[in-house]
Design a protein around this ligand. Structure first.
Ligand code: PHE
Length: 345
């Protein structure tokens, strides 16, 4: 018993000395292992207690517990201090100045997106719904259902990126959609008629790229089918849309045009006035879009009775409209990622 009491006092003194020297979390860990863990001498003392008499246990037991408690308290206190110190040091060395780049360089919407947003606002105000469709389309939706069978020469009007063309069944072949007209079919087959929608979206053609052509561009399709719809509704809608967009009364004209999915088919031109670089006034008719009355075959393909319903459809190039609207002469600039150019809009 006596020997054990002495060893405990010695242990206590050793622990105190060691504790004094603790200077880091690593030191503290070493201290813990040596003086408080299961492997420590302190734990061995507790085991040895078992061999003593009850009276001795009563005396020495609480003493060992007191020693353990005071070491544990010291350890926890020190651990808190050292952790705080480490955190403070890290914060002092690791900080970043979030205001360094102030004022921030602001991004902006791309000119084509700006026009798209405006067009969407105008059409929604006229009760049109905005609809989406897949860019990888079946041959059937892109061509056959739109009254363009595989033998039809009109297929050559649109140079196509084929993804799959080896199947007899046009539902199984796929293309990058050459126009947004395929969504006319999807929408009528899914929701039936009456319908009043626009489809802004990306289309793909195997074009030679020049100042006015790109292989990827944006179109807006329009479709309105109901009872008693005529070309007058089409003219009114387009005139209203363009006048709102250009914030003045615009002049448009209809010319006969051919698209297999409309009958009669038209080209719509817009009277365009601008001033060229030399300051000379330039005015001309610009071809703006294809349009017409939805062909009865197209309505039938979508399960709509053409003796009951009629409608108009149109499709224009959003990219082209952005060029007209902002006076941009080269389509390639629009998708060039050139910040100098894009930040002008
Ligand atoms: N889809 C035609 C094109 O891309 C445009 C169009 C749409 C024409 C609707 C008539 C009716 O050229």
């Amino acid at each position: 018993m006596k020997a054990l009491v002495n060893r405990v006092s010695e242990f206590q003194k050793k622990a105190r000395d060691a504790f004094e020297k603790v200077d880091s979390l690593d030191d503290l860990q070493v201290f813990y292992t040596q003086f408080l863990s299961k492997k420590s001498e302190l734990n061995a003392f507790l085991k040895e207690l078992k061999n003593l008499s009850d009276a001795e246990k009563k005396e020495l037991g609480p003493h060992i517990q007191t020693v353990r408690l005071s070491l544990t308290e010291g350890f926890e206190q020190k651990q808190k201090e050292l952790r705080k110190q480490a955190l403070d040091e890290k914060l002092a060395s690791d900080w970043i100045d979030v205001t360094k780049h102030y004022p921030f360089e602001k991004g902006a919407q791309h000119p084509v997106s700006q026009i798209q947003k405006r067009i969407e606002e105008i059409f929604t105000s006229m009760g049109f719904e905005i609809v989406d469709g897949p860019e990888v389309e079946t041959e059937w939706h892109n061509f056959d259902a739109l009254n363009i069978p595989s033998s039809h020469p009109a297929r050559d009007m649109q140079d196509t990126f084929w993804i799959r063309s080896d199947q007899k069944n046009p539902h199984k072949n796929s293309v990058l959609r050459t126009h947004t007209s395929s969504v006319q079919i999807r929408k009528m087959m899914e929701d039936g008629v009456p319908v009043r929608m626009i489809v802004p979206g990306r289309v793909y053609r195997n074009e030679d790229v020049d100042t006015t052509h790109d292989a990827t561009f944006y179109q807006v399709e329009g479709l309105l089918v109901d009872k008693g719809i005529s070309l007058a509704h089409l003219k009114g809608t387009i005139h209203k849309m363009l006048s709102e967009l250009f914030e003045k009364e615009v002049k448009i004209r209809f010319r006969p045009g051919y698209f297999p999915f409309v009958e009669p088919g038209l080209e719509v031109d817009i009277w365009f006035e601008c001033t060229d670089r030399q300051g000379k006034k330039k005015s001309q008719w610009l071809e703006f879009m294809g349009a017409g009355m939805v062909h009865p075959n197209v309505l039938r393909n979508c399960g709509v009775d053409p003796s009951e319903y009629s409608g108009f459809a149109f499709g224009f190039g959003l990219t082209r409209l952005a060029m007209i609207h902002y006076g941009i002469e080269d389509i390639r600039l629009l998708f060039s990622q050139k910040k100098d150019f894009l930040s002008q809009f």
